[in-house]
Design a protein around this ligand. Sequence first.
Ligand SMILES: Cc1ncc(C[n+]2csc(CCOP(=O)(O)OP(=O)(O)O)c2C)c(N)n1
Ligand SMILES: O=C1C[C@@H](O)[C@H](O)[C@@H](O)C1=O
Ligand SMILES: [Mg+2]
Length: 636
Amino acid sequence: MKTIRLTTSQALVKFLNQQYIHVDGNEFPFVEGIFTIFGHGNVLGVGQALEQDSGHLKVIQGKNEQGMAHAAVAYSKQKLRQRIYAVTTSVGPGSANLATAAGTALANNIPVLFLPGDTFATRQPDPVLQQIEQEYSIAVTTNDALKPVSRYWDRITRPEQLMSSLIRAFEVMTDPAKAGPATICLSQDVAGEAFDYDEKFFERRVHYLDRKAPVDRELKGAAELIKESRKPVILVGGGAKYSQAAEILKSLSEKHSIPLVETQAGKSTVEASFKNNLGGLGVTGTLSANKAAREADLIIGIGTRYTDFATSSKTAFNFENTKFLNINVSRMQAYKLDAFQVVADAKTALEQLAPMLEGYTSEFGGNIDELKQEWLTERDRLSKVSFTRENFNPEIKGHFSQEVLNEYADALNTELAQTKALITVNETIAPESNIIAAAGSLPGDLQRVWNPGSPNSYHLEYGYSCMGYEVSGALGVKLADPAREVYALVGDGSFLMLHSELITAIQYGHKINVVLFDNSGFGCISNLQMGNGMGSYLCEFRTQDNQILNIDYAKVAEGYGAKVYRVNTAEGLKEALEDAKKQRGSTLIEVKVLPKTMTDGYDSWWNVGVAEVSNKESIQKSHEMRQEQLKEARQY
Ligand SMILES: Cc1ncc(C[n+]2csc(CCOP(=O)(O)OP(=O)(O)O)c2C)c(N)n1
Ligand SMILES: O=C1C[C@@H](O)[C@H](O)[C@@H](O)C1=O
Ligand SMILES: [Mg+2]
C-alpha cells in the first residue's frame, strides 16, 4: 500500500479537490470552494492546509458564519444541487452560528458541507476556550446542537476516521433523495495531527447523479389515474426544478390541457408567460391557481413537500373528490396525502408517462385561459395601487386607520405601495436577472405578482423562511451565476437581522444588488397578529415615545462601499434600477414603502396557533373561525 503522510486537514482538502459529479453525461468538480472564518478552532488545522495547497478550491473569507453558510446554501440551490461550497468555522460560537443555516439547508434539501472545529480529542487542556462544559457528559460539545439540523453528522477524533466519514458525507450530498447538509466536526488537535493515508483515498472519485426511473407498476398506475380524472392539476415543486423538467411539463400541460400551479421552490421551473401556468398555490398563491386546485379531482404533485403554505394548511383541495399522484425521488415525500406514489426522477417519470397518455384531454378546456386572464387583470390592478390621504383602502384592510397610514407616509416620506414597487422592479430589471428572497411579506407578494423572465431566476428560500438569507444568499447566487445580475429583495427586518456578507460581496468584487423594502416594521407579522384579533403589538419599529423609526439604511451600505439610492416613488425606483445596472460594484436601493400595502391572501387559509382564551372578543372570534376552518381541513 502506498501512503502519503498528511494532517487530517490536509487530507480533507486534498480529498475535496478530487470529488466529481456526473450529471446527464457531463462531469465536473463537485466542490467549488470553501468559505472560512478562522479562529483557534480551525486556523492551524484547516487554515494551514488551505494556505499550503487549496488546489482548485476558491477560498473566501466570510463575515458571519450564518451568513457565509447561507451563501453556500444559496450557491448550491442556484446550481440545482449539482455543486457546493464547503464552510469551515472555529469551535463554540463559530460553529453554533451554523445552526440556523444548517436548518435552512435541511428544510430545503440542499447539499452543503459544514466543517466546524470541535474541542480537543485528547481532552488534555479541557475546558478549552469556548467549550460549554456540560456536567452530565464531557463528550457533549456545541456541535451536538448541529445533529438535528444535519442530514449527516460525524465527529473526527482520530485522523483515520476522516476517510469513512467523508465518503459517507459525499454519498449523502450527491443523492437527490437525501441531499442536505453534511456536518463533519473536526477536533481541533486532530485537525493538525498527521497520519499515513492510503493514496487510493485521494484518487478521482465520481458521484453519479443518475435519474431514477419509475417501475412499470408505477407508470401504469399513474397513467390510469390521469386518464380517469376529469380535472387534473399539476403542482410544480422544487423537485421539478432540480430535475429540469420544464419542457416535458409544458408539453404535457399543453397536449392534455392540464393547468400548472407552483410552489415557491417550483416557481421559475416553467416561465410565468407559459399559457397554462396559473402561478403560486396556497396561502401565498394566486386566486386563479387556488380556484383551479379546488376544482381539481387529481393533484399531480411533482417534487413537492406539500407544506402548509402550499396546501393552505390542507384546505386548498376538495379532499372529498380529489386524489393525489406524487412523483418524488424521496419516498417520504411521495407518501404524503395518501397519494399514489411514483418514486422517481420527475423528468424521467414524466417522459416515460407521456406516451401512455395519448388521446387524453382534461375538461378544463378554455377555463385555463379565463383563470389566467383573471389573474393578469388582478396583477395589473396591484401595479396601480396609489395612496390617498383620505379614504385609502390598502390591500390589508382594517388594521391601520387612515391617521396611522398618514403618519407612516409622513415619517417615511413616502406614498409608495409595496405591490407597485415590486411590479416596477419586475418590469425594469433585465428578464434574465436572478432574484432572491426568503422572509417577511415579500415572499407572498413575489409568489403572486413576480413574473420570472427566465428559468431558475426566482430563488425563494421558503422551506425555513429564514430572515437574513436574502443578502447572504445573493452572494451565493452571484458566485453560481456570475454573468447575470442578482437582486436581493429584502424587508427592513430581514436586513437588520443579517447582511454581513454584503461586505464580502464588495470586498471580492462580486456585484450584488440589494433592494430594501423599508416599511419600518415586521410587517407580515403585524398583519398576522392584527388579522387574528390582536392589537398592533411590538411589530412596528417605534421609539419609546411612539415615533416611527426612519432609518437611513442607504447610509449604512454607503459606509461599506456600496453605491446607494434612496427612493420613494415608482419613477425614482426605475431610475435607480437603471443606474444600478451600469455599476460594476454592489448597490443598495432603499425603497420606503407604506405598511399594509402588500398583497393579502387569495381564498386561502393558514392554520396558526390562535389563543383559545383571551381578554379580547376579536381574538375569541378569530379562534372560533379557526375551529370552523379546521372542520374543512384534512386531518393529516
Ligand atoms: C430568523 C427568523 N426569525 C424570525 C422569523 C419570523 N418572522 C418572519 S417574517 C418576520 C418579519 C419580517 O420583517 P421584514 O423583513 O421587515 O418584512 P415585512 O414583513 O415587513 O415585509 C419575522 C420576525 C423568521 N422568519 N426568521
Ligand atoms: O412567520 C412567518 C410568516 C410569513 O408570512 C413570513 O413570510 C415568514 O417569513 C415567516 O416566518
Ligand atoms: Mg418590514
